[in-house]
Design a protein around this ligand. Structure first.
Ligand code: GAR
Length: 193
């Protein structure tokens, strides 16, 4: 018998292009996962409208003025109420509290725009260019309490070209992110069944 698709919740903070690509891939009849909620810590994140058009229930609340653990407890409650089994961070630009991560051990994936372990944190493309790297890329990894540090499950590479700016490089990497994340999330979801 075919297993039910893994119930995925996606966390975003911005335009949500990775989220949109994950949703699109999940619409294939044989997708091993289904996106059941899109949540954001930014109330006017552009990706929320994209999710709504795709018919996915959204939840958004600003974290401003709230202790991290308190905000994350709200996220946790929303995810559990939706019977989410696996979380995909897709441009979620906020650290998660250790308590939250402990409650979802091995159940949170993130996409990061560098070839981890290089360039954890922000400004990854500017740092790759400044270092004179010949290649850049993106990584999907399991989230652990240390920032951008958990086991890498997939990577894609692109060349750094002469004259690249952080923006041109970011665009080239983003093209790879969309395909990589959809494939990695599907593989990871299959491994949970
Ligand atoms: C993506 O490039 C993603 O890798 C990056 O933010 C962008 C979000 O774009 N994530 C991080 O830097 C996480 N530390 P999107 O909202 O269009 O998916």
């Amino acid at each position: 018998m075919k297993a039910d698709p893994v119930r995925v919740g996606i966390l975003i903070s911005g335009r949500g292009s990775n989220m949109a690509s994950l949703v699109k891939a999940s619409e294939a009849p044989d997708s091993p996962y289904r996106v059941v909620r899109v949540l954001s810590n930014v109330e006017d994140a552009g990706g929320l409208a994209i999710a709504a058009v795709a018919g996915i229930p959204t939840w958004a609340k600003s974290h401003k003025g709230m202790p991290r653990a308190e905000f994350d407890a709200l996220l946790d409650a929303e995810l559990r109420a939706a019977d989410v089994e696996l979380i995909a961070l897709a441009g979620y630009m906020r650290l998660l509290s250790p308590e939250f991560i402990a409650g979802w051990q091995g159940r949170i994936l993130n996409i990061h725009p560098s070839l981890l372990p290089l360039y954890k944190g922000l400004d990854t493309h500017a740092r790759a260019i400044a270092a004179g790297d010949a290649e850049a890329g993106c990584s999907v990894h399991v989230v652990t309490p240390e920032l951008d540090d958990g086991p890498v499950v997939a990577q894609a590479r692109v060349p750094v070209l002469p004259g690249d700016t952080p923006d041109t490089l970011a665009e080239r990497v983003l093209g790879q992110e969309h395909a990589l994340y959809a494939r990695a999330l599907a593989d990871y979801a299959r491994s949970l069944r």
